[in-house]
Design a protein around this ligand. Structure first.
Ligand code: SIN
Length: 358
């Protein structure tokens, strides 16, 4: 009886062990299958560093093209160890929430307009002064030179690192109420602006009202005529088809739209020195490329607007331009009183040096 019982238990254990072995082998939970999930490709994927780069404009704009070029260069220079995923058109974040997303580390890189950063870096308001930049050459010397480096290096927010300034172009005034030739033409109109005290002041002086509004809401508000006008670069007017919902455009070149390319500081600190170096080289190459091509991109798109739309275009004459410049002169003194004249003096001196003999 006892012997029968023993042999029953032994037989049962053998059967159960065999059953477990067969079942686990059958569904692949064995030593062999564990090693096979860690194949080369998987290890490679696990090691790849991904930089999510969010921006709010179209792919065929200076910023959109530069972001893609930067992505390609990073891929090449890190031999695929770093992948930059570009999210254009505000797919991830709008310009009103992208900086906070960067600070929280929800996205690794953004390139907001410097006007969007002025609520945090009030000294950057100097860059929004009308007619501050004499021409594209002056813009490049400021933003891609020592002044630009110092401005980026002095960003107060410790969660954010400035990598570069990128250019887009000079801004042009548009409206659906009438041509904007003289400062008096702005009186009583409502303009969309980016969140900058400098831009608010510019339109206040003109006797216009303003609404701060994210970029991706501008088209709809032009279309419904909730706002009468705006100031945008040609590439933004072209790529977002603002020329279909605005009737008048003045080539005023009165202000500049440029970007601060920012990366999350904690993410940056987590990268090895080699990777940081490769990213800096890719960024410098991209920035130089963009400064070589941004004017041409805007010019090409102006030709496309001229040829393919009914918007009425007026180019300020020298005399009209002089009137606008004189009109905005008091803003310079006011700016110096409120925010100091350190950057203003440096920028204007650079213009004087740059244009000596011209
Ligand atoms: C951009 O170019 O990033 C948007 C500019 C704007 O909000 O007007």
């Amino acid at each position: 009886m006892v012997n029968n019982m023993k042999s029953f238990i032994v037989t049962s254990i053998v059967i159960i062990v065999c059953f477990i072995f067969i079942v686990f082998k059958g569904i692949g939970i064995g030593e062999e299958s564990i090693t096979s999930t860690y194949d080369d490709e998987q290890e490679g994927l696990n090691e790849q560093i991904v930089i999510n780069f969010s921006h709010v404009v179209a792919e065929n704009t200076p910023k959109g093209l530069a972001a893609q070029k930067f992505s390609n260069l990073v891929q090449e220079k890190t031999e695929g160890k770093v992948k930059v995923e570009v999210f254009p058109n505000g797919e991830l974040y709008s310009d009103s929430d992208e900086l906070q997303a960067l600070i929280r580390g929800e996205v690794e890189m953004i390139a907001p307009s410097f006007s969007n950063i002025t609520p945090y870096e009030t000294e950057w308001l100097v860059l929004d002064l009308p007619f501050l930049f004499k021409d594209d050459d002056h813009v490049e010397k400021v933003l891609n030179g020592e002044i630009g480096k110092k401005l980026l290096g002095e960003i107060k927010n410790r969660d954010v690192k400035g990598l570069a300034f990128w250019p887009n172009g000079f801004k042009q005034m548009t409206s659906n109420k009438g041509p904007l030739i003289e400062p008096v033409d702005f009186r009583g109109l409502r303009f969309r602006i980016m969140p900058s005290k400098g831009l608010e002041e510019q339109f206040r002086m003109l006797g216009a009202r303003t609404n701060v509004m994210p970029f991706n809401q501008v088209y709809r508000n032009f279309e419904t005529r909730y706002i009468d006008g705006g100031e945008n670069t040609i590439s933004n007017i072209y790529s977002k088809r603002f020329y279909t919902v605005q009737e008048y455009m003045t080539l005023s070149n009165h202000g500049y739209l440029g970007y601060a390319v920012l990366i999350n500081q904690a993410f940056w600190d987590s990268l090895s020195k080699d990777i940081q170096e490769a990213i800096i080289v890719a960024m410098d190459e991209t920035t130089d490329w963009l400064f070589e091509h941004n004017v041409e991109i805007n010019e090409q798109q102006l030709r496309a607007i001229r040829n393919g739309s009914d918007i009425q275009i007026h180019e300020l004459t020298e005399e009209e331009r002089k009137k606008w410049i004189d009109f905005f002169e008091p803003m310079y003194k006011e700016h110096a009183i409120k925010y100091g004249d350190k950057w203003l003096t440096e920028i204007l001196e650079l213009s004087a040096k740059t244009h000596i003999g011209k």
